[in-house]
Design a protein around this ligand. Structure first.
Ligand code: SDX
Length: 424
């Protein structure tokens, strides 16, 4: 097989690239964005400032942070066509299916063909001005980037700002379609997360009263979910983006991957699991069913973290803050009983299973979000991490290489065709 080395199942212990964005130490339970510990960012930073850090590699100055926030919020408005697009879904369509489609929909009219760059590229190619490797033209979808040229970087960064700005608006539109309610133009004068909550508001905007505790809690959860190295959805974005398709389509692919119950869909699955368990006294029987592989213990286990997910401690602290405002969720007792029983049970401890970030569903439930909307609350902030990895790939030295792994063929050897009337 020409010296091919097969990766372990599910890419276990397989590194496919080098990155400067996020560092995870699964044994020590460490998570850092561009070197800053997640605990410090959760305490002192906010989602948009952390987004800037993940995208551009350093914490923004006050002016940079102000301009970044203004630009992201400016891109919060979507074309009125989007209303027709969302209205085309059945009233009970899953919001993640709508959001995934909405990102691809953006690509249908934002993967702008850039005539000036297109013209220059064709002319340059004809006249042989292009010296491969220095002026390599990166073409994504209909958009041409000239590596290193300020105009191209401006187009790329504008697409990034658009996607971050529109993620909350599209999410809110998916929610309001489900509620059978009119859409809301993003307000001015509110923060990124505040603007999202305003658009999600169940009471109707005229009565909207911002709740600073809930807004801060959601912003911390957004920050926690912003990036996580090469998880399944980030890998999907890079695999898709490596064909130089536009970033909107690559993000749509990542969103589809996140939707699954083994990944971002787990925060919804955790609550469905707790509801199915019911009272704390049912926990032992449930855990026995998990050991018999009849049930899945959602919210536990992680490919990388083998001691604890550092985010789960911050989720726990945030939950305490939120429950002071919303009151405790009756599922909390069951969740605590499940946690305590699993962490004392050799079946789970021997497999190094600990709670992961997806118990945050208890907070979303207490804040009044609908259950199937929880993965959307994961996707919205994770757009930042997906784009940080995409940008890093687009600007890597030597240009973008399409991700095209090989396989080890173990099927049939060469066979001759048999006409159908001779087959038995
Ligand atoms: C996220 O990758 C990321 O960084 C993801 C994420 C991010 O921020 O992007 O952190 C977000 O997706 C968190 C994970 C959310 N998923 C869940 O909570 C779903 C439940 N968890 C499992 O499905 C599982 O733990 C995974 C998918 C998270 C990890 O699976 P792995 O790494 O492939 O581990 P595995 O399936 O090989 O498990 C090893 C052993 C197996 O036992 P054996 O078959 O060898 O006897 O542990 C068992 C598994 O059966 N196991 C579990 C279990 N998770 C693993 N047994 C019961 N319940 C579980 N939850």
């Amino acid at each position: 097989d020409k010296g091919l080395r097969i990766a372990d199942k599910g890419y276990l212990n397989t590194a496919v690239m080098r990155s400067e964005i996020t560092y995870i130490d699964g044994e020590a339970g460490i998570l850092r964005y561009r070197g800053y510990p997640i605990e410090q960012l959760a305490l002192h930073s906010n989602h948009l400032e952390t987004a800037y850090l993940l995208l551009y590699g350093s914490l923004p100055t006050k002016d940079q942070a102000t301009l970044f926030e203004e630009e992201v919020l400016h891109h919060g408005v979507v074309h009125s066509d989007a209303e027709q697009f969302f209205r085309s879904f059945r009233y009970d369509a899953h919001p993640m299916a709508m959001l995934t489609s909405a990102f691809a929909y953006l690509g249908s009219y934002y993967a702008e063909a850039n005539p000036s760059l297109q013209g220059m590229y064709i002319l340059s190619s004809l006249l042989g001005w292009l010296t491969p490797g220095t002026d390599d033209i990166l073409c994504t979808g209909q958009t041409l980037y000239t590596k290193g040229s300020p105009e191209s970087l401006a187009i790329m960064d504008k697409q990034i700002l658009r996607l971050i700005g529109k993620a909350t608006t599209l999410a809110a539109m998916a929610y309001r379609v489900r509620q059978g309610r009119d859409f809301v133009t993003p307000p001015t004068g509110l923060s990124y997360t505040g603007s999202f909550l305003y658009q999600m508001d169940h009471l109707g905007q005229e009565n909207y009263v911002p709740n600073p505790v809930l807004e801060r809690a959601l912003d911390v959860l957004f920050l926690l979910h912003a990036d996580h190295e090469l998880n399944a959805s980030s890998t999907t974005v890079l695999q898709t983006g490596s064909s130089l398709v536009d970033p909107y389509s690559a993000i749509a692919a990542g969103c589809a991957s996140l939707y699954g119950p083994l990944h971002g869909g787990a925060n919804e699955a955790v609550i469905r699991m707790l509801i199915s368990i019911g009272k704390p006294e049912n926990v032992p029987a449930f855990l026995e069913a998990v050991k018999r592989r009849e049930k899945v213990l959602s919210g536990f286990g992680h490919r990388v973290y083998k001691t604890s997910d550092p985010r789960s401690f911050i989720v726990r602290k945030t939950a305490d803050e939120v429950f002071k405002v919303t009151g405790r969720d009756e599922l909390l007792e069951t969740a605590m009983a499940l946690h305590d029983a699993a962490m004392k049970d050799e079946y789970f401890t021997s497999r190094k299973l600990a709670p992961n970030v997806d118990f945050c569903g208890l907070i979303y439930r207490a804040m009044g979000f609908p259950l199937d909307f929880f993965p959307v609350l994961f996707a919205v902030p994770r757009v930042v991490g997906w784009l940080a990895h995409w940008r890093q790939m687009m600007l890597q030295d030597g240009g973008v290489k399409i991700w095209r792994p090989r396989q080890i063929y173990v099927g049939e050897g060469k066979r001759e065709y048999v006409p159908v009337d001779q087959r038995v």
